[in-house]
Design a protein around this ligand. Structure first.
Ligand code: SF4
Length: 452
């Protein structure tokens, strides 16, 4: 009996720490890994150097992101030498790249398990086998295993991430995603409905549907369904929740999806629609397959059908061949659309992509200056939008400023994508929908209170 108790105490003390880089797909993959470990009695620790299992879930969208992840893993060599029983695991997009996988196998022999994105669904089996045998396991496979989901643990407050599809067929010339996440595969609609239903029953108030290109949902499935039809089916699930999705390639955003948002209160009036550039010439070089004009037409259509729709976007400054005139086109697009917010990035070469082979004549200083200009312009726009919001009320979900971190102040996330900072006393409304009154703004950040 005593020895059983001791065993139990040992199991309870086992800990894990996950370092997650990159996008929401990776955040959600880390949740699934955490669910597997929790089911085996591990608890989370924020002390990686004394943790029993340390996992690096990596991103390689930029070479700098890959270098950062590899540097962090390398820094664990000493920890592994001091605590050889620590299980060190590397997963995600970096190992899925063949050259990086070889590097991990060759130069990172202290790593115990390496899995790519395509066989991450095997994490549970691999972890159990390693725990029993202690045999190092490193494997990537060229094609994804059958989709299976095991999200038993979630970390994002009132929000639950739900994968609806994986991979991308678009091959934008700057992007490594199709090479490390594979071609598009959609989950069966009934599986998605079941998962969303379970999330709603568990009390999640926001469901964010994830995919690299959600608008092509359904392609290749045996059933005849597209993204708009999936959204309509999901909205039939009873309960007090709202649906968001990411990410949308503008070329694939259909009238059906726009109509669905316009007609359905359960869908947030908010679309993240990465434009990447305002120049048709640069969009063609990026292989985005839409033009400046068609993007602006799409925005016009959204604004006509969903007048209060919040819009955000991504822009890359300094793509090879971007002249000052092209960049002015980007600035004028940002001015014309008046996005709620934008994310601006300097173009950086990503080996393995087409854009990495293009002559990159643009100096780093110019790229930096262009990003600064984009940020400054967006600040101006955000400040003027903030002034227009004062005195208005928005329906919003009350969350914490930093996801589920306990010390975060309450914030209201409106259906149209606005973040309104609340008083600490509004904490009592956490994870409920409320009407929030905007009282003003502090340096462009909206402030308000719960109530009309
Ligand atoms: S749509 Fe383009 S940018 Fe987005 S994941 Fe696919 S290739 Fe990358």
């Amino acid at each position: 009996m005593l020895s059983n108790l001791k065993k139990k105490a040992i199991i309870i003390l086992m800990t894990y720490h996950i370092v997650t880089y990159g996008c929401q797909m990776n955040v959600h993959d880390s949740e699934k890994i955490a669910g597997v470990l929790k089911a085996r009695g591990y608890s989370e620790t924020d002390d990686p150097k004394n943790s029993d299992v340390v996992i690096f879930n990596t991103c390689c969208i930029r070479e700098s992101a890959e270098a950062r992840a590899l540097g962090a893993i390398a820094s664990f060599k000493g920890v592994k030498a001091r605590r050889p029983d620590t299980v060190l695991i590397v997963v995600g997009c970096v190992p899925q790249k063949e050259d990086s996988f070889e590097k991990l196998q060759r130069d990172f022999k202290f790593v115990d398990i390496v899995l790519g994105t395509h066989n991450l669904t095997d994490f549970e089996k691999t972890f159990d086998e390693y725990s029993a045998s202690k045999n190092r396991f490193t494997e990537i496979i060229p094609k994804a295993l059958n989709l299976k989901e095991n999200a038993s643990y979630r970390t994002s407050g009132a929000n639950a991430w739900v994968n609806i599809m994986y991979g991308c067929n678009n091959f934008c010339t700057y992007c490594i995603v199709p090479y490390v996440r594979g071609r598009e595969r959609s989950r069966a609609p009934e599986e998605i409905i079941d998962e969303v239903t379970a999330c709603v029953a568990d009390g999640y108030r926001e469901i964010t549907l994830l995919g690299q290109n959600v608008n092509s949902y359904g392609v290749g499935l045996d059933v005849n369904i597209n993204f708009a039809a999936l959204l309509r089916k999901i909205c039939e699930i009873p309960g007090d929740y709202r649906i968001k999705f990411m990410t949308s390639n503008p070329k694939d955003l259909t009238d059906g999806v726009i109509d669905c948002i316009a007609e359905n209160r359960k869908l947030a009036d908010y679309i993240h629609l990465p434009a990447q550039s305002g120049s048709t010439k640069i969009l063609a070089a990026m292989n985005r397959r839409y033009t400046r004009e068609s993007y602006l037409t799409l925005i016009g259509k959204i604004r006509e059908k969903i007048p209060h729709c919040g819009l955000s976007s991504d822009f890359i400054a300094g793509f090879p061949g971007e002249t000052d005139g092209d960049f002015q086109d980007t600035l004028s697009m940002v001015r014309e659309v008046r996005f709620n917010n934008i994310y601006s990035f300097m173009f950086s070469r990503r080996r393995g992509t087409v854009a990495a082979t293009l002559p990159d004549a643009i100096e780093s200083a110019v790229k930096k200056q262009r990003v600064r200009e984009l940020i400054a312009l967006q600040r101006e726009i955000s400040s003027s939008i903030a002034l227009e919001c004062a005195g208005k009320s928005y329906r919003a979900l009350i969350e914490r400023e930093h996801g589920d971190m306990r010390e975060g102040n309450p914030v209201a996330l409106s259906d149209c994508g606005k973040m309104i900072f609340l008083e600490p006393t509004d904490e009592k409304y956490l994870h409920t929908f409320q009407n929030v009154f905007v009282t003003g703004n502090r340096s462009g950040r909206l402030v308000g209170r719960v109530g009309e």
